[in-house]
Design a binder for this molecule. Structure first.
Ligand code: DON
Length: 317
């Protein structure tokens, strides 16, 4: 694929440190807004006085503010990592089993699955992530270890791991995901045992990382598929553009249209309050604030990304 853009932009004209300081100042008066995810105690208990943000340039410079080094539950942000593992293993064959369209429905919706015969709308809804998990399970000898290795190498943090309490709570409260996995299996769209797919899904949801880890972990999506942390080519440039496109159209669920409108950057959220975003060829970002809006996206994380796009003038549009 022809790449008209040079590897390294001159980002020095932007005072990224000052910009994120400004945003940090602005959010202070709004701490407490939104509601932490309530379906498991360990997420519900996170206080709403935390806000962190980190920016990692394609050159490797890090700018951070607030609680940028506090670990939190990455939840659905892991769907970017597992999608990358699945695409690396089976390439475009994945799209025979998962679609690539925005859903307009909540992340845990089952509605479309029946009339679309067990083919999830996109890889970022829970249904799609379960099929992606199945592909990863079939493709790697030890899928859990492959995921851990992936996020550790991408972030440069060998300590990244799953939070056992979150993992157990996900399992204990996972009725809807259990129903969904069985429903998909009934259409023949899972190769592995339902329990094995769910175990992998709960592992990925319970990974604990901080803003700097997470911004680094998706740097390859800003850097033409190349991970500056490990020096590896993770996916082709073309594949990185495609993953970014999916994040833009489906990464924030039924708020993806609003995100495109107000932020204009590919982004992926999780109900732990994290959101990663990508400025292609320039930088990757992560914001964290545990209070969610009614769509399950971090309320102040979304505000912070909106302000970041305004203050920097950056947008893929
Ligand atoms: O699977 C679930 O429903 C939860 N572990 C939430 C995953 C998630 O973060 C979805 N979205 N924002």
């Amino acid at each position: 694929m022809h790449d008209p853009i040079q590897d390294q932009f001159d980002v020095s004209s932007l005072d990224l440190g000052e910009i994120i300081d400004t945003i940090h100042g602005e959010v202070q008066a709004r701490l407490g807004e939104g509601k932490a995810a309530g379906y498991i105690d360990s997420l519900a208990a996170v206080p709403l006085d935390r806000f962190g943000m980190a920016v990692v340039t394609t050159g490797g410079e890090v700018f951070e503010v607030g609680h940028s080094r506090q670990r939190f539950s990455i939840q659905s942000i892991s769907k970017v990592h597992t999608l990358t593992l699945a695409l690396d293993a089976v390439g475009d064959d994945l799209w025979r089993r998962v679609d690539r369209e925005p859903s307009g429905d909540p992340f845990n919706s089952l509605i479309q699955l029946e009339y679309e015969k067990g083919i999830p709308r996109n890889p970022f809804m829970n249904a799609g992530a379960l099929v992606v998990a199945d592909v990863v399970l079939s493709s790697y000898d030890d899928a859990g270890q492959a995921l851990l290795d992936f996020v550790r190498r991408r972030s440069g943090n060998p300590e990244v791991g799953s939070d056992a309490v979150v993992e157990r709570s996900e399992r204990e409260s996972g009725y809807r995901n259990i129903a969904m996995a069985n429903f998909i299996k009934s259409y023949g769209n899972l190769e592995n045992d339902v329990d094995a797919v769910l175990d992998f899904y709960w592992l990925q949801c319970s990974l604990g990382m901080d803003c700097v880890d997470l911004a680094r972990s998706v740097q390859y999506l800003a850097k033409r598929g190349h991970c500056g942390v490990s020096g590896e080519q993770v996916v082709s440039y073309e594949m990185s553009t495609r993953i970014n496109a999916l994040m833009m159209t489906a990464g924030t669920y039924d708020a993806a249209g609003d995100f495109a409108y107000y932020v204009g950057l590919p982004a992926k959220s999780g109900v732990g309050g994290g959101i990663v975003a990508v400025v292609p060829h320039m930088m990757s970002l992560c914001t964290w604030y545990p209070g969610l809006d009614d769509k399950g996206n971090s309320l102040l994380g979304r505000y912070a990304l909106h302000r970041f796009a305004q203050l920097t003038g950056l947008s893929v549009f």
